[in-house]
Design a protein around this ligand. Sequence first.
Ligand SMILES: O=c1nc[nH]c2c1ncn2[C@H]1C[C@H](O)[C@@H](COP(=O)(O)OP(=O)(O)OP(=O)(O)O)O1
Ligand SMILES: [Mg+2]
Length: 191
Amino acid sequence: MASHNAGKVAENAALLAEYGIGIVSAKELGLPVPEETETSFLGNATLKALAAARASRLVALADDSGFSVAALDGAPGVHTADWAELPGGGRDYAAAMAKVRDLAAPHADRTAWFTCALVLAWPDGHVEGFEGRAMGEWVWPPRGPGGFGYDPMFQPAGQALTFAEMDKAGKHAISHRANAFRMLAEACLKG
Ligand SMILES: O=c1nc[nH]c2c1ncn2[C@H]1C[C@H](O)[C@@H](COP(=O)(O)OP(=O)(O)OP(=O)(O)O)O1
Ligand SMILES: [Mg+2]
């Protein structure tokens, strides 16, 4: 798993476990954190998957994902992690969520969504990519202890709970990550 984010690694591990596939993370293998220089989720996922596959000589799965607000023209989008980054290293998601809220609050439209691009890469350079979304609204104040990242400020369409208030199965039933994973499983894991 070409990721250094424990929340993501856990969610993808649970999705893969249903197919009897175990993972080792790039962090556990001591692989470097690649610079995410592309302008799309699929572009950055491809770059991360290829870097890990070539370095580990294993099939690698990368997950590039982010939070988007309609009133902010899709920001933070591919820069979602950057908005949480602290100058001295580490991340502050409470501050990142507050920044989104401050910029979005003047706008009546509260539409928001998560995107997840999953890319599988083989050591020979072959790649397969899939993108999923979860539509909903941003809410304030943030609610819930579960999930990770921006989950406490996202309420999926038709739901009363935020992603952070749902249990793992509840988030997986409708998440951007599970939606992308369903396509990946259909194309690469079944049969
Ligand atoms: O389900 C989610 N629920 C809440 N927040 C989420 C979710 N999925 C992604 N996110 C946030 C975390 C991070 O701020 C950014 C992804 O950034 P992104 O570069 O793809 O991941 P990352 O740097 O955390 O780990 P890595 O690149 O090593 O896989 O969006
Ligand atoms: Mg990243």
